[in-house]
Design a protein around this ligand. Structure first.
Ligand code: ATP
Ligand code: MG
Length: 417
């Protein structure tokens, strides 16, 4: 085990202490395991000589004993990629929980003194459990003296701590992610239940009232109640559709069927639909002379426009609304502008998040905060962008773009169809 030191280096008590102190600090302060190991081994080499070092860990998931890290600092540096150094010593140290010394002959292909390889295998202990093996290798002798073995054991203990830090950091991150997921699921369920309950409560209430045997409703009242039930049932269906769309959009399961679409027709249809639902709505359509035919999913783009018009009606009722399109840089921009009260700037960046609603407006109009989220996902699936510009007191403009790669002008005449 002992032998003459060929390259002892100017090892003083001071250097040793400094290195030991620095290694302990690295373990306490480093979260990047790879960088931490590099630093520890480079420091180790100032206190005892080795040419290569490698680390083997027991993988708890696969049950395999795997190479996890290797570094060549002395002779053999050119073979750094070769992780197999000293595996037998690492395995033996791991199995026995003891420090192992092994001498190997690299074979006749290696010339000279370097045929001789001394491997020092150390068990990596974490909380009294052996998790792997660390191997220091020296090419061409001499073997490791006891004081180097002690230093190597010190280094191995610290490497174990570093690995434990990494395991703990991973565990904490996964626990935090789990907690966040649970919190989001809880929030989702409570938002949804609340939203679904409201129309359901109305339906139940009006139907129960209509069925009361002691009351005699005239036909006008009955019709009025039934209209409410009808509207609330529509609301419920719309909510469920939105929920399904939003979860399919989230997972990417809602595919877009792209086909050539004529935007003017699509816009006019959407405005006509909005006017039939909100007869008082004052909408102006402003289209340029020429518009390219776009590749888009007509149903989904109509859904975006319907959402924006519904918002304009809900949050800026009675104000003039303008739907415009603009062609720039091979992109068509479609916007819906209202003359409402506007949205406070701090809320604007959040409007496209799932369930986000401006708190001040919650009592003004019913909604779930899914509309703009769905719009964003649809526009993004078309490689477009969506945004909001809003000025307090003067109105809000929501716009989205669609790429128009092939600009095919629509001939005049066809435009009006
Ligand atoms: P849903 O569309 O799911 O029925 P919602 O209309 O509340 O519900 P979004 O369409 O996503 O949800 O809109 C999010 C929020 O943005 C709204 O709650 C509202 O506070 C605000 N908002 C949207 N459009 C306008 C607008 N034109 N003017 C002022 N505020 C708006
Ligand atoms: Mg909406």
């Amino acid at each position: 085990m002992t032998g003459p030191l060929v390259r002892p280096g100017p090892l003083t008590h001071g250097t040793e202490l400094n290195a030991i102190y620095a290694i302990a600090r690295i373990v306490a302060e480093t979260y990047d395991t790879e960088a931490g190991l590099d630093a520890i081994f480079r420091l180790s080499r100032t206190i005892f000589i080795f040419d290569v070092v490698s680390l083997f860990l027991h993988n708890e998931e696969t049950g395999e004993f795997e190479p996890a890290y290797a570094l060549a600092l002395g002779r053999g540096r050119s073979r750094e990629a070769d992780l197999e150094w000293g595996e037998p010593a690492a395995t033996e140290a791991y199995r026995s929980g003891q420090t192992i010394l092994r001498q190997e002959d690299a074979g006749p292909s290696v010339e000279g003194r370097e045929r001789r390889r001394d491997f020092l295998g150390l068990p990596l202990m974490v909380h009294g459990r052996c998790v792997g093996g660390l191997v220091f290798g020296r090419f061409g002798g001499p073997s490791y003296p006891p004081e180097h073995i002690r230093l190597a054991e010190f280094v191995a203990w610290h490497v174990g701590q570093l690995l434990e830090n990494r395991r703990m950091a991973k565990r904490i991150a996964s626990l935090e992610a789990q907690r966040e997921l649970t919190r989001m699921q809880d929030e989702f369920i409570s938002t949804i239940s609340h939203e679904l309950r409201t129309p359901l409560g109305m339906i139940k209430g009006y139907v129960t009232t209509l069925m009361r045997e002691d009351a005699n409703w005239d036909s006008a009242t009955r019709l009025e109640f039934l209209e409410i039930v009808d509207e609330e049932a529509d609301r419920l269906r719309e909510l469920i559709d939105n929920l399904l769309d939003s979860s399919r959009l989230e997972t990417g399961a809602l595919g877009m069927t792209l086909e050539p679409i004529k935007l003017p027709t699509l816009i006019r249809d959407s405005v006509a639909r909005a006017k039939s639902v909100y007869p008082d709505m004052d909408v102006e359509i402003d289209l340029p002379e020429e518009l390219p035919i776009l590749q888009a999913d007509p149903t989904r783009i109509a859904q975006v426009l319907d959402n924006l018009l519904s918002n304009a009606n809900k949050y800026a009722p009675g104000t003039p609304i303008a739907v415009r399109t603009d062609l720039r840089d091979n992109r068509v921009e479609i916007s819906v502008e209202d003359g409402g009260l506007g949205i406070p700037a701090e809320h604007v960046p959040h409007l496209f998040e799932r369930f986000y609603r401006v708190p001040e407006q919650i009592s003004n109009a019913r909604g779930t905060g899914l509309g703009l989220y769905i719009c964003r996902k649809i526009v993004e699936a078309h490689s477009g962008e969506i945004g909001v510009e809003s000025t307090m007191g003067s109105g809000t403009r929501v716009f989205f773009t669609l790429p128009a790669k092939v600009i095919t002008p629509i001939p005049e005449g066809e435009y009006e169809r």
